[in-house]
Design a protein around this ligand. Structure first.
Ligand code: TYD
Length: 211
């Protein structure tokens, strides 16, 4: 029995974590076995790598090191948690995945296509069945993010960086239309959740038809 792998993407402050919890409750109420996880992180090794990547004290961390650490954390996450869970028939909800590396490292940091090559190696062919892209502008994301006082190394970047990340996401949406579903995240929490459910049910209907 094969489960499903669903990733959530979007700029900092788009409300992913809130929506993932609510969407998981909806799936659980429908009887699905759900795993919630996040990147960078999700396993003990990957969480340790996360600390190194995001620590604001690590100012020397060069862009290539950053990109490789995200990919290293991801390789462990796929092998230890995501792949076995999907193979066991579970629905895995993952807060960020490869698309974050394309948006933040390839576009934001300007590392280009190397990022896709490295990540292809890290994930060993496992890509999400659905990716929900919670779309808000970089400005709105940064405005919402001001509410939290402790910002990590990436969140401390200036608006110009977050604009490039946003541009990267739009390119990914264009390129991966088969799995990307764009959700207007400027709406209320309830409206965004309703749209997630609607789009998921449409996906289920398409899958049932294809059988
Ligand atoms: P996350 O914990 O999801 O932060 P937030 O809750 O603010 O979305 O991710 C931490 C930061 O790491 C976030 O600024 C995005 C960045 N990131 C990358 O740059 N590349 C990646 O591959 C991933 C997974 C995250």
């Amino acid at each position: 029995m094969k489960g499903l792998f669903i990733s959530f993407e979007g700029p900092d402050g788009c409300g992913k974590s809130t929506q993932i919890k609510l969407f998981a409750d909806y799936l659980k109420a429908r009887g699905f076995d759900v795993v919630i996880t996040r990147e960078p992180g999700g396993t003990p090794i990957s969480e340790k790598i996360r600390e190194v990547i995001l620590d604001p004290a690590n100012k020397e961390e060069c862009d290539i090191c950053e990109m490789l650490l995200y990919a290293a954390a991801r390789a462990q996450h796929v092998a230890e948690l995501i792949k076995p869970s999907v193979e066991a028939g579970k629905i895995v909800l993952c807060d960020r995945f490869v698309d974050s590396s394309i948006a933040y490292q390839a576009y934001g940091r300007g590392l280009g296509e190397q990022v896709e090559i490295v990540n292809g190696y890290a994930v060993q062919g496992l890509m999400p069945d659905i990716t929900f892209f919670l779309s808000i502008s970089a400005e709105e994301g940064m405005r919402r993010n001001k509410k939290t006082d402790k910002k990590d190394r990436l969140e401390q970047e200036a608006l110009a960086f977050h604009d490039k990340v946003h541009e990267g996401y739009l390119k990914i949406v264009e390129k991966s239309k088969d799995r990307m579903i764009v959700i207007d995240a400027s709406k209320s929490v309830d409206e965004v959740l309703e749209e997630l459910k609607e789009k998921f049910e449409a996906f289920e209907a398409r899958k049932a038809l294809a059988k």
